[in-house]
Design a protein around this ligand. Sequence first.
Ligand SMILES: [Ca+2]
Ligand SMILES: [Ca+2]
Length: 251
Amino acid sequence: MFCDVKLPILPCSLLVFCVLSVNLPAADVIAHYPFDKDLSSIAGAVPEMTSNGDAHVDASTFKFGGGSLAMDGEDDSAWVGEPAFQFHQEDFAISFWYRRNNPDNIFEPLVGHGDSTGDIGYAVRLLPNPKKNEPGWIDGLLNDGPEKGVQTPQPLEQTGDFQHVVFQRREGTLELFLNGELVASKPGFGEEDLGRKSGFSYAFAVGTRSTKMDGSGSKGSFNGNIDEVWVFNAGLTPGQVKALKEKNKPN
Ligand SMILES: [Ca+2]
Ligand SMILES: [Ca+2]
């Protein structure tokens, strides 16, 4: 129970409400970036993100709590260089909302840690579909390995509405949830080490990938809005995923 955990670092009533109602294990929350006012996490002892380019918190575009992270697709991103986001063989979960600005059938990075760098990291991104009249893919993967991921078709209405995505490893199985429903899973990844490349360290980044701890090396940029980014060092139950989707929408 949250009250037994006693996390005095959670000042926001939104998080308290969410942790209470979703029954998330608060000790497993590494960060929650609501992007309501700024680039601060309201959970976990992690530093504020830094924005690159024109990326900014836009309070006018999103109803959840008052703001979201807005990016224009050209050199925009936000990142935080913090070891807590580097996983190895443990379970983890990433939860967020995204909305695209245009329906281009192109690659766009969403959220991740050191993607496109080989044996390090995890990522969720949008992939184009070679068949022009069919939707592209939402792709969650480990260590930049195409065979180490799970995919689902992008919703057709994604330029108008925010979509909720959870990508996680739970008891060694990769799982992808779209709008609260489990849409793809693949077992057998409990041994996959996400930090094997010694000497390389990467930041957790939103809207780009391959960003190093000092913010350099960023590749690609998302064109749209991202909101309510959560990172856990544990997998979530289907009920917790659904509750996050339903409850992390304050008026
Ligand atoms: Ca928000
Ligand atoms: Ca820009």
